[in-house]
Design a protein around this ligand. Sequence first.
Ligand SMILES: Nc1ncnc2c1ncn2[C@@H]1O[C@H](COP(=O)(O)OP(=O)(O)OP(=O)(O)O)[C@@H](O)[C@H]1O
Length: 279
Amino acid sequence: MAETPATPSLADRITKDEPIKSWADEVDSPSAESAPRVDNSQLDGAGGPLNGSELREPDYAVEIKLSDMQADPNNPLFSVKSFEELNLKPEVLKGVIAMNFRRPSKVQERTLPLLMMEPRHNMIGQSQSGTGKTAAFVLNVLQRIDISTPQLQSTPQALILAPSRELARQIASVVSIMGTFMEGLKVEAAIPTGPAERGRRIEAAVVVGTPGTVQDMIRRKAMDMRGLQVLVLDEADNMLDQGGMGDQCIRVKRSYYSQQHFQTTLSNMHNNSRQMQIR
Ligand SMILES: Nc1ncnc2c1ncn2[C@@H]1O[C@H](COP(=O)(O)OP(=O)(O)OP(=O)(O)O)[C@@H](O)[C@H]1O
């Protein structure tokens, strides 16, 4: 097994009393000695013309072990080479195709089968900027939400936290674009606004917000989180490293964790790499 990162793991920081497992823990993988290393020649599956990017190899052992598991086509964690293999809802697949995504990027190949597994699992992964992480967690969010009734369309089912309002807006726009063909999809930003908007209620299936505003809205009961299915923290270690913001993230997560088992995705930056974690 490769060396452990020197800093405390994301899992340690986000959940002290209920440790979150890494990918490697989840899949009960073979011993590190027997796990072949991934070579350095992998490229993003999307390719340049489709805005794909080169993937730099991860240096965390968990990914090497996961890759090993995914090399076995009989394993449920086997990676996918096409979006069709993921059994996406037709309207979600249509959105992906409309975005000109021809095939999953390397990061998506590995993460999407895990993200979409039932029962839901935790995951820690990492990849660098521009390799398709945002698209991966947005795809999972859209796949998991149920907007079949007007009531469900107004019930927050996925919450994505980001460290800045600009990033929150960008993510919300990716959700809207990828969800173009999802009738009744409502996406709202829970970001700092003027006093006039302070009393507003969030009534959307997908909420993208900054931790402080979200925490405030939960406290004021302006956002009902009882229907939450997926929680995403983008740039999680960036947020967790900023004392106050880290506390807010943890409080948001803990406020509902004990009541239900929702899925958490953490996407963070650390030493030029990023991690994802899923519950
Ligand atoms: N499978 C794909 N095929 C083609 N283009 C893709 C694919 N996945 C993502 N992209 C595009 O690649 C670009 C980078 O993707 P994305 O924003 O998801 O990466 P990221 O890892 O989250 O990047 P960052 O760290 O900068 O936020 C975007 O323009 C996105 O639309």
